[in-house]
Write a protein that binds this ligand. Structure first.
Ligand code: PAF
Length: 281
């Protein structure tokens, strides 16, 4: 079983052993309820680094007051078995008072990119993510950190944070792992009813349609009209946003001919909100 580290000093003592002999520490931050997507990050880290550490921490400051913090799936025993199967060395599993002791008041402001897409309906979410990830980097002293590109906005923002704050960590993005029918793996898929689960396939189908037919489109609005039509054909789907943006920094685009573009979706199925995205050109 991976070694369980519960405090900052235990974790530092553990990773210092690797640092002292110049070994690379690979880190995968998670909120637990691990699935194949999380494990694919660890497998890549295992290949590229000498030490593999995961963290499991359901970070309260990235959830809004009406979000699913209380019902977020938790399964430590199952998670540890999965992490053992891929050769994880240690898991940082702090409780809330270790991460945010009483009086805690330091937060990272990620700027305007945190207020678009998911940030529009989840104010403060990316500040919460950037804050906890920065703390986790400082605690683990990792050299490389692995993030799924399913959370494309998170991945883009964290690259910017690390660059702008001169943090000595390489952010490695890993492609989305999908179920056989194309649904992107997510801990939140477990909330879906049978019918919602079937309906949710429309996300990947829509993204693939745009990618496969990209050369036929002339404008951004033509693409987004088609996307809305395809998703709305699924009765259980309720679109929160569908946006086409510059894949390198998520800035707005005028022409669809010049830049590498990412199509990003957030869609509700009942009470479950799913996100997905694809580079389409
Ligand atoms: O992607 C997640 O699971 C979380 O946002 C992260 C990066 C572990 C921070 O809490």
């Amino acid at each position: 079983m991976p070694k369980i580290l519960r405090t900052v000093s235990e974790t530092r003592d553990f990773t210092n052993l690797y640092d002292l002999v110049n070994r690379r520490i690979g880190f995968v931050p998670t909120m637990g309820a691990l699935h194949e997507g999380h494990l694919s990050l660890g497998r890549k880290a295992r290949n590229e680094c000498d030490c593999l550490i995961y963290s499991i921490f359901v970070n309260p400051i990235q959830f809004g007051p009406k979000e699913d913090l209380a019902r977020y799936p938790r399964d430590l025993k199952g998670d540890l078995e999965k992490l053992e199967s891929i050769g994880t060395d240690a898991v940082f599993f702090p409780d809330e008072t270790i991460m945010y002791p009483e009086g805690y008041s330091t937060y990272i402001d990620v700027g305007p990119v945190g207020n678009v897409l998911c940030g529009k309906t989840r104010p403060g979410h990316f500040s919460g993510v950037a804050t906890v990830v920065t703390k986790l980097f400082n605690i683990t002293g990792c050299d490389q950190a692995y993030f799924g590109k399913k959370d494309y906005q998170q991945y883009t923002i964290l690259k910017k944070v690390v660059n702008e704050l001169n943090m000595p960590v390489d952010i490695i993005g890993v492609d989305t792992v999908r179920e056989k029918d194309g649904l992107a793996m997510s801990s939140r898929n477990s909330y879906l009813s049978k019918d919602e689960r079937k309906a949710a396939v429309v996300l990947n189908k829509t993204l693939k349609f745009v990618k496969d037919n990209f050369i036929r489109f002339k404008t951004k609005s033509e693409i987004l009209t088609k996307v809305t039509e395809l998703i709305s054909s699924e009765k259980l789907a309720d679109i929160e946003y569908a946006e086409l943006r510059n894949a390198s920094d998520l800035s707005d685009i005028r022409s669809i001919k010049k830049n590498k573009l990412v199509l990003l979706l957030a869609v509700r199925f009942g009470t479950t909100r799913l996100i997905d995205n694809m580079i389409v050109n």
